[in-house]
Structure formats: C-alpha cells, structure tokens
Design a protein around this ligand. Structure first.
Ligand SMILES: *[C@@H]1O[C@H](CO)[C@@H](O)[C@H](O)[C@H]1NC(C)=O
Ligand SMILES: *[C@@H]1O[C@H](CO)[C@@H](O)[C@H](O)[C@H]1NC(C)=O
Ligand SMILES: *[C@@H]1O[C@H](CO)[C@@H](O)[C@H](O)[C@H]1NC(C)=O
Ligand SMILES: *[C@@H]1O[C@H](CO)[C@@H](O)[C@H](O)[C@H]1NC(C)=O
Ligand SMILES: *[C@@H]1O[C@H](CO)[C@@H](O)[C@H](O)[C@H]1NC(C)=O
Ligand SMILES: *[C@@H]1O[C@H](CO)[C@@H](O)[C@H](O)[C@H]1NC(C)=O
Ligand SMILES: *[C@@H]1O[C@H](CO)[C@@H](O)[C@H](O)[C@H]1NC(C)=O
Ligand SMILES: *[C@@H]1O[C@H](CO)[C@@H](O)[C@H](O)[C@H]1NC(C)=O
Length: 440
C-alpha cells in the first residue's frame, strides 16, 4: 500500500491525470472472435497454441504466463491517438507495445500499424535517472545520461526497448491516463506469441503494472466463453468500477498468499490450492504438491492464477490423478484423440460438444479460510469435432519442463470463463462469482 501511494504521488506530480473517479473499463475480445470460425476450428487453433506454448516451456526459467490464446484489449495511445491491441496478463507487470523503432524483422508482424512516437504530441521518453526507471525489474539504467532501457524475459523469450510515458485511452471512456510503458524495438519470442496483438498490458503485483500505476487496489474481469457465438465482448474493470455483479450468484473468496519477497516472483497472484474433487471423488494428491515453496535458490513454485495463460496446467502428480479418475468415471465413453487433436490426452464421445451431459464438474478446494470453487465441465473440456470433446488441462511436468515451471500449477483463462473475478489487493482476496459474461 505504501508503495502504491508513493507511486501514485510520483505519477500525479509528473503527470496531470489523477481524476478518474469512476475507474477504468476496458472491453476485451478473444483473439479468435474476429474470425468467423466454427467451434471445431477455434478448438483446433487453441490447441495448436497450447502445443507451441508447452514446447516453449522447456526454455522457461519462470512460468510462461502468456501465450497465444488470449483476451485482447483495444486501446488508443498518443495524441493524435493511434490504435493498439494488448493481451491482458495478470502474470506480468509491464505495459508494452511494439514501436516504429523496430528494426526490420526485429519485431512480430501485427494487425495494426506499429505505434510511432514521433507522430504523437504526448510521447515522452523516461530518462535513466528518472524515478520511474527504478520502479521495476523490467527496466535498466546503463548510464545516467541514457534513456531508460526495458529488457524483460518471459518464458517465451525476451523483449527490449525504452521506457516512455504516453496518453492511453481505454474505450468506452474518452478521458485518457498517462502511463509508463515499454516502447519495444525488439521482440525475441516464440513465433506466434502475440498472435497479431501489438503488446501486453500487465496486471501483476509489480510497480509498473496497470493497476499499480493507476494507484488502484482492485480490478475485476469477466471473460466470455471461447466458443460463444455472441459477439458481446469480455470486460476488464480497474479501480472504482471493479466489483462483483450485485444480485448475481454467490461468490467464493480465496485469500492470496503473501508473496515471497523475491523478484520476479513477486509479480504473481499465488493461491492456497489444497486439493481437487472431480465428480464425487477427491483426488489423492498431497496438499504440499500445490504449496508455494522455494524449490531451488531464488526459484519459487506454487499455484497461481493467470489471465494470460490459455489452459490450466497441473503439477504432474495432480494431473495423473485427475486423468486416472476421469478414465474410471467416463469408462466406455473414452475414445482416442481424433486426427488433428493428437496432442490431447483424454477425449470422450460427446455429441454436439455437450460435455455437461457426460463430464463431471471439478471443485477446487482452497485453504487459509478460502472456499471451494466449482469449475463446470465446459471450463476444462472443449469440443474438437462434432462427436468428440477432450480435456484441456495439461501436466506442467514432462521431459522438457524444468524448475520451477514443472512444479507449478497455473489456473489459465479457459477455466475462468463465465466467472466474474475480483482481485481485491487491499483485502488480499480473490473472489469468484459465476456469471454470464456476455450480458455484462
Ligand atoms: C459465418 O459463417 C457461417 C457459416 O460458415 C455463415 O452462415 C455466416 O453468414 C458467417 N457470418 C459472418 C458474419 O460472416
Ligand atoms: C523436447 O525437446 C526436444 C529437443 O528440443 C524436442 O525434440 C522434443 O520434441 C521436445 N518434446 C516435447 C514433448 O516438447
Ligand atoms: C487527454 O486528456 C487531456 C485532459 O483531459 C486532454 O487535454 C487531451 O486532449 C487528451 N488527449 C487525448 C489524446 O485524448
Ligand atoms: C517498487 O518501487 C519502489 C520505489 O517506489 C522500490 O523501492 C521497489 O523496489 C520497487 N519494486 C520492485 C519489484 O522493483
Ligand atoms: C538526470 O541527469 C541529468 C543530466 O545528467 C540532470 O540534468 C537531471 O537533473 C537528472 N534528473 C534527475 C531527476 O536526477
Ligand atoms: C489478427 O488477425 C488475424 C487474422 O485475421 C486473427 O486471426 C487474429 O486473431 C488477429 N489478432 C488480433 C490481436 O486482433
Ligand atoms: C522438475 O525439473 C527438475 C530439473 O529442472 C527435476 O530435478 C525435478 O525432478 C522435476 N520435478 C518434477 C516434479 O518433475
Ligand atoms: C449482449 O449484451 C446486451 C447488452 O448488455 C444484452 O442485452 C444481450 O442479451 C447480450 N447478448 C448475449 C448473447 O448475451
């Protein structure tokens, strides 16, 4: 809290915009929503993304917390405004967009033009000796008279550029906020990581995230289902507009675990997961498998929630227990993965993608006073063709996965569909409320 206030005071001194009484509202679209894909086609695309993501995990020294099956926020940057699109990522901090300063082949192609700071009246570089350059592990100051450098490693690679400030406008509101962001000139990431977006908006715990920069202590979002035919967008609310739907379904609250004071792991929202029930069967997995713990010097494993990871990955012992239990419960309905879905491990004959009639729900059990969160079948199984659905939960283990990734459980965005999630940073609480996100 003290840190946040300090940063807010800094921002207000440096910048003019501290008057957002109503908080920010952002509309989110799923990356596939712009295309007229069939359900099967969307599933195939999402699975391909997960395979590329899991492949890239092998090189990871930290969780690969964002990849390719993503919810995207559209926003405007600069004056006159230029359009940009960002992946919404609770697993990282920095706000960044690829810039016109990219060398040829130095960045990914994106659907919109690169942001060009020279065409904006409000673009300001951040100097190396500026306080903003000392706020996060994402920035570096080589020498006082240099620009503040941005150099950040993700599981999928690294990005580099300079820190600047700009006017950001998040529609539907018309007012703008000034934010520090990375104007990125080189992206060395697994190909396809951005999937046409121009960058990322980080919502992590670090000083440079959107929520920290705004000096806010809460945000909420509600993600419309991947396979919804509705064109209604998902929503992210930051600040005063964040909150659960009044009159909605009962919510379950879970405390965040106090993060170890170790960078970069202070970015993540760790949760006290203690166990999983599938149908009526509690999986026989030791609670310790999900605990937040140091697994090697400076490397932390645990359970975290991440809007920037598409699918959930469980520590291998939990994954195997879940798989074994479902094999028993689904019995004769189990079929081999159909052509094109070979990477999926557990599939069943389900007419018209109606997994709810066959697959049991999951319950996530949380400790430290947290409640139980029910996960409907549609939030962990997906249709792959007219007559088959497959589980889209993966093992975080595997031959190419190393510490701390292979001992970390990540609750991905597929499992968060049609739930309103409120991150209350002041109370240190995450609330889950079942909701119809298309009608928000
Ligand atoms: C989407 O595709 C379906 C069938 O492929 C077609 O009937 C429909 O008109 C298309 N919608 C749009 C908006 O292109
Ligand atoms: C593991 O890495 C090796 C070498 O990079 C690669 O050939 C193999 O396909 C990878 N396996 C998986 C499951 O990703
Ligand atoms: C940002 O807001 C300020 C103050 O309301 C306004 O003067 C300026 O024109 C706005 N800039 C953009 C790009 O909307
Ligand atoms: C956040 O900013 C404060 C100064 O405002 C600094 O002391 C602290 O180290 C920063 N946190 C990180 C993770 O860099
Ligand atoms: C940063 O360095 C420049 C030149 O080296 C100096 O003029 C300026 O006052 C310094 N700014 C701060 C905030 O220390
Ligand atoms: C970019 O365009 C491609 C092709 O139309 C589409 O598949 C992708 O979802 C788009 N990405 C974003 C971020 O809008
Ligand atoms: C995780 O990977 C490390 C090597 O990085 C290995 O020693 C450890 O046994 C693995 N843990 C699991 C649960 O697979
Ligand atoms: C889309 O949103 C509008 C306005 O909130 C709502 O009336 C409509 O029912 C929504 N459509 C779906 C399919 O939920």
């Amino acid at each position: 809290m003290a840190r946040t206030l300090l940063w807010l005071a800094l921002l207000c001194a440096a910048l003019a915009f501290c008057t957002r009484a109503a908080g920010l509202r952002l509309e989110l679209t799923h990356v596939d929503a712009k295309q007229n894909c069939s359900t099967e086609e969307r599933m195939r695309r999402a699975t391909e993304r997960t395979h590329r993501r899991l492949a890239s995990m092998g090189e990871a020294s930290a969780p690969v917390h964002w990849a390719e099956s993503q919810y995207i926020a559209e926003y405007l940057i600069g004056d006159p405004p230029q359009q940009a699109e960002a992946i919404i990522d609770t697993g990282s901090n920095l706000i960044w967009t690829q810039c016109s300063t990219c060398q040829p082949a130095g960045c990914f192609s994106q659907n919109l033009s690169f942001y060009d700071p020279s065409r904006s009246r409000t673009a300001r570089p951040v100097a190396c000796n500026d306080t903003a350059c000392a706020l996060g592990s994402e920035t570096r100051c080589a020498r006082d008279n240099k620009a503040c450098a941005v150099l950040t490693a993700y599981g999928a690679g690294v990005i580099g550029g300079v820190l600047g400030t700009e006017a950001f406008t998040f529609q539907p509101q018309s007012e703008n906020v000034s934010l520090a962001f990375g104007c990125i000139a080189a992206t060395r990431l697994t190909p396809g990581s951005l999937d046409g977006a121009s960058g990322i908006i980080g919502l992590g715990r670090g000083n440079l995230s959107l929520v920290s920069q705004l000096g806010d202590n809460k945000f909420s979002y509600c993600l419309t289902p991947y396979f919804s035919q509705s064109t209604n967008t998902s929503r992210l609310f930051v600040g005063a507009s964040a909150g659960l739907s009044s009159g909605g379904a009962p919510a379950t609250s879970v405390p965040f675990l106090k993060n170890p004071d170790v960078d970069p792991f202070s970015t993540f929202y760790y949760l006290p997961l203690t166990g999983i029930t599938v149908g009526d069967a509690k999986l026989a997995v030791p609670e310790a498998a999900f605990d937040l713990r140091q697994v090697a010097t400076g490397l932390w494993a645990g359970t975290l929630i991440d809007s920037g990871s598409p699918f959930t990955s469980l520590v291998d012992v939990a994954y195997q227990a879940l798989r074994d239990e479902l094999v028993q419960q689904l019995g004769a309905s189990i079929v081999p993965p159909p052509a094109g879905a070979e990477g999926l491990d557990l599939c069943a004959a389900v007419a018209h993608g109606d997994v709810g009639k066959l697959v049991p729900p999951l319950v996530l059990h949380f400790g430290s006073g947290g409640g139980d969160v029910a996960v409907p079948p549609e939030n962990y199984w997906g249709p792959v063709d007219d007559s088959t659905a497959c589980m889209v939960v993966f093992s975080s283990g595997g031959p190419n996965s190393t510490l701390p990734m292979n001992e970390t459980t990540i609750i991905g965005n597929y499992m968060q569909q049609d739930m309103h999630l409120l991150y209350d940073l002041e109370k240190g609480m995450l609330s889950f409320q079942p909701a119809d996100c298309s009608s928000m």
